[in-house]
Design a protein around this ligand. Sequence first.
Ligand code: RIB
Length: 294
Amino acid sequence: MRIFSIGSLNIDYFYSMSHFVRAGETLSSAKLDILPGGKGLNQAVALIRAGAQVVPCGLIGEDGEMLLSVLDTVGAKNSRIEKRDMPSGHAIIQVDPAGQNGIIVFHGANFAYDEAYFRKVLADAAEGDAVLLQNEINDVGLCMNIAKEKGMRVVFNPSPFDDNIFDLPLERVDLFVCNEIEGAALTGKTDPEEILAALNEKYPDADALLTLGGAGAVYRDKTGIYRHGVFEVDVVDTTGAGDTFTGFFLAAMNESGDPAGALRTASAASAIVVSRIGAALSIPAAEEVKEFLQ
Ligand code: RIB
């Protein structure tokens, strides 16, 4: 089974800050790191590093070479990323001393998707393949519909969350991957168990993976409910942790179908990512995750 990762690629500008900038305040940053990121790229890299068969898709501008080179670095095959005559997406990321972030995203080429591109990159997709989507590109709903026409499994990470999500054909989704905030926004519930129950009631055919920050993660499918806590590490930067979790979880589920094992592997991969600055380039290889778990 191949996973078509169709999502955003961003040039991430990481500013190390003493605290997040407040209204009316001007604040110096001690350090700037310019690194590849974007939820789509991070999740594609995580899938590749975890050993899944991935088809990375996405749109960049003429300034997006660094975004392509990260895919070369991790040995991506079948990349279907195309250039458009506009700037690449970028993100301005403040990182505080506790490793927490605040992010501004500029869409750039990530909002240049059209039906022709979706149909082209999914032309050879077959029943049983999956598409992995986030909410950082335009026309996500159209892509869900095309994927379903082909009998694909649709995995949706509704991040960043906005009200447009309710206009999407969410009944097409086979697996929701959300954090607590996104899960609450989707269901109106705050307690994780209630979020899962409400998702199940609204979308009975969909499975759900809910990440809970420091409280770990919980996954629900037809076979049951599975939980895992976090591995304690020194947190440097949490950017990309959720994307890494998603990629490693999907890859492990693909390989073994064992939710408990997949949660454990994904938790370890995310723990490694938060101990480093950056997103896509911080994602560990499968061997490093195995060593961590030993
Ligand atoms: O999920 C992390 C990502 O969110 C960053 O890499 C940034 O580009 C934003 O899209």
